[in-house]
Design a binder for this molecule. Sequence first.
Ligand code: ADQ
Length: 477
Amino acid sequence: MDTTHDFESERPLVVVANRLPIEYDEAEGWHPAPGGLVAALESVLRDREALWIGWSGRFEDPDSDAEQAPPPPTGTGSLKLDEVPLTHAEVEGYYEGCSNGAIWPLYHDAIVTPIYHRTQFQAYRRVNEKFARHVAEVAPPEAVVWVHDYQLQLVPRMLRQMRPDLRIGFFLHIPFPPVEIFSQLPWRRQILEGLLGSDLVGFQTKEAALNFLRLVQKYVALRPGGDRVVVDELSGSRTVRVEAFPIGIRAQDFAELAADPATIERAAQIRADLGDPELILLGVDRLDYTKGIDVRIRAVTELFQDEDLDPDSTVFVQVATPSRENVEEYQRIRDDVELLVSRANGDIGKLGTTPIHYLHQPMRRDELTAMYVAADVMLVTPLRDGMNLVCKEYVACRTEEDGALVLSEFTGAAHQMSDAWLVNPYDIDGVKRSILDAAQSAPQESARRMSALRHGVFEHDVERWASDFLNRLQGSL
Ligand code: ADQ
């Protein structure tokens, strides 16, 4: 029997993530939150019996009535939502400070210097304990608990101590760095031990899993055997499995939406609105310094300046979702990107011609899909990325098997997508060459590459990722 896409189990499922899959603003009320983790998980859990525990974005100590949103809905269909309230000080220390000021940059190769504050780590530990305690209180007996991402790395061990009956899995959505980089972390041993509280630790790539195993050997003095680590505890010894589970997307949904006549019409309208260019280049990202948005703006600008691309017949559209706007480095990258765009348009543009279109706003799923359908070349150039879902979404939307993907080698996705035009984002000349090659490649060559890419994206979709992880966690594979 083929059980690969089936993870129904006797045991109840509890998902724990920093955020619930919804957020609040005055205009829209409660609506789906942006970002890769939510996009991936929400689509898998939408139709399952499961409980999702996370912060809603509401404060336990609101500054004013105006700041406080109404309570979030308690569920969407069979997926139930359960809020962990946080204070302003907790959000500042645990989320903006330790998670996004220290761990996020460190795990992305320290592209931006991580800032380590002891008080912020104390907040991180306290909030991880708050999450663990909340889960321990509400998780049904013998539940499968799936903990997500870098904000909650101490939860597995804390939870195991509180509730040894639970089966605990952890998945890291971002990269896990090599020994030389991770070793900087003042709290490296606590983090490794925190993760070892799981029965299964999952990463996006084999490299990340190997990095973790090496670090366990070095700092926790345990000798891994293959992908297993045996941990001795008072209650006896326990085996932790460490493996790669590359995340995917709901490919079929994207393909269906892309083939919808309304989407095709909207894509044609987008092309017309852009002045009917021969070539549309597209970038879509959260506005984050890891995504290499500046890299591709520089490369495209130089191609215009070198006259390899003609601004009369080429348009580059960059869509950037606002992200982590309270963190200083994110304000800086926004300024950098906006300066680069306006400088390029000032230098290259003419009256009535804007070579680079920049939208700093979230986009609805149907509009985003129309953008993917309209774009001839997709530019995905992160300096480091755990996986990157945007490149997979683009490929899923190319139902005619045309279009081309320029993809950074330093994404998890590059390990599965060798038929893309792979680039080293630190090599601007190389990026420029690949953009031109992708734009000018013969239709048969583009079709061959796109067909191979599509095969991979449909084969390794998000359902398969979730079922592989959960089946392994439940010991049935
Ligand atoms: P992210 O860093 O958020 O995810 P990514 O994987 O590219 O990055 O996912 C972004 C998601 O947000 C995509 O689904 C995309 O469609 C959506 N999005 C981006 N810009 C948007 C816009 N302007 N409007 C609307 N939607 C937009 C983290 C890790 C990644 C990993 C994922 C999943 O950093 O490496 O792939 O989790 O594990």
